[in-house]
Design a protein around this ligand. Structure first.
Ligand code: NAD
Length: 385
């Protein structure tokens, strides 16, 4: 397809892939253009999409991520890893995956001999992310892992070290950082549209029903989930406060409420309120809960205006309002496929040998802060970071 490694040939490839248009509409104005200079790796690899092995065929993998591959320019499903052979066979037929590329958790390591797999995408309960990252890196594969990255800082560090040692990319699937409304919010804040930032509120909540939904069962088992609502959805409030300010918090306070007579909250927490203090003086007041109706919103307050995104971190249909002393204004933006943008970004990082926008270090930062929030809730004391 491409005759030489010139800038023109890159442009030609971008045109053929329709990628420039995709960046403008999917990634939004705040996203950096994914390609800078042509690289040899890209020239060799751009004839094909990178092959992804999906590890764990649960609700999120099958209902959100696998369907998104059809909108990817650089990512393709080439292998499935599951403990349920029937489910894997059915999905392999649906997605055109060669049945010989179906693995189970026992023979997963033999994926090292499969050149059709470039990236292993881990969509298992959080406590399993570390093991599968280490096994994937050992098998010579790049790793995309779901959030939360792991259930301890030590596990996050092991994942980073294993991928570094193997010379492989490690990215945490923070889809909101690829979502157009969130990118637009970051861009407006950076441009000073809100004035000086003063405070942020961020709330994430949902009802967890493990008895009705088998997919929810691991969420209330500490060994598998690492914690409760904070690990699972509070991480969106936390991650948003960090990407909206572009700063790292210096201290946290927190309070927890969990009804221990409710069987769902025997092992993990229900509701956590936490505050983050940022160096510029911004205070973020965040919540997460497993016992309220669904909420996924944030509001950023500056001294000139506020920016409200509600929902902020949903799969589709976001709503942005900007409020000034003149009144409130609804912002209309084109929805983009954040899942496909995230998958393509992972593939582009491999093809161009770039560090992912949300590398292992980004996941580790959140887990470190989450551990401080748990400590603050347990002790009732401010915890310095
Ligand atoms: P799920 O229960 O539907 O899927 C988990 C999968 O892991 C299932 O296929 C299950 O069979 C498999 N599994 C293997 N060993 C297991 C074990 N010992 N116990 C339980 N399951 C086991 O859960 P899900 O909602 O799809 O979540 C999977 C991952 O995706 C989690 O890390 C979760 O945080 C993440 N997630 C991310 C988003 C997002 O928006 N980025 C949304 C939902 C879930």
């Amino acid at each position: 397809m491409l005759s030489s490694s010139t800038t023109e040939s890159r442009r030609q490839f971008l045109r053929q892939a329709g990628l420039t248009a995709a960046v403008a509409t999917v990634a939004g104005p705040a996203a950096a253009l994914p390609f800078s200079e042509p690289l040899a790796a890209m020239q060799n690899e751009n004839q094909r999409k990178l092959g992804f092995a999906i590890v764990g065929l649960g609700k999120f993998a099958t209902q959100q991520m696998m369907p998104a591959f059809k909108d990817c320019k650089h990512a393709n499903i080439t292998a499935l890893v599951s403990g349920s052979p029937d489910k894997a066979k059915k999905l392999a037929a649906e997605y055109g995956v060669d049945p010989k590329n179906i693995y189970n958790y026992q023979n997963f390591d033999s994926i090292k001999d499969n050149p059709a797999v470039d990236v292993v995408y881990i969509v298992l309960p959080p406590s399993m992310h570390m093991e599968y990252t280490l096994r994937a890196a050992k098998a010579g594969k790049h790793v995309l892992t779901e959030k939360p990255m792991a259930t301890s800082v030590e596990d996050c560090q092991k994942m980073i070290d294993a991928c570094n040692k193997a010379g492989k990319k490690l990215m945490v699937a923070y889809r909101a950082q690829f979502e157009p409304f969130n990118l637009d919010a970051i861009s407006r804040i950076k441009k000073g549209e809100l004035g000086k930032l003063r405070q942020i509120t961020a709330d994430h909540g949902r009802i967890v029903k493990p008895t009705e939904e088998p997919a929810e069962a691991w969420r209330v088992v500490k060994k598998l989930a690492g914690g409760g609502s904070l690990m699972d959805i509070g991480v969106y409030s936390l991650n948003a406060a960090r990407y909206l300010t572009g700063e790292e918090p210096t201290e946290v306070t927190a309070q927890e409420f969990s009804d221990k007579s409710d069987p769902r909250f025997k092992e993990v927490e229900d509701t956590i309120h936490f505050t983050l203090r940022f160096p510029s003086g911004v205070l973020a007041s965040c919540t997460s809960s497993y016992s309220i109706q669904e909420v996924k919103r944030y509001r950023v307050f500056g001294d000139k205006a506020f920016l409200d995104l509600d929902p902020a971190t949903d799969y589709y249909e976001h709503n942005m309002t900007i409020g000034t002393k003149e009144g409130d204004m609804k912002v209309s933006l084109k929805e983009g496929n954040q899942f496909a943008a995230e998958l393509d970004h992972m593939a582009e990082c491999v093809l161009e040998n770039k560090t992912p926008k949300t590398p292992g270090e980004e996941g580790l930062k959140d887990i470190r802060i989450i551990m401080a929030i748990y400590e603050a809730a347990r002790t009732g004391k401010k915890v310095k970071l």
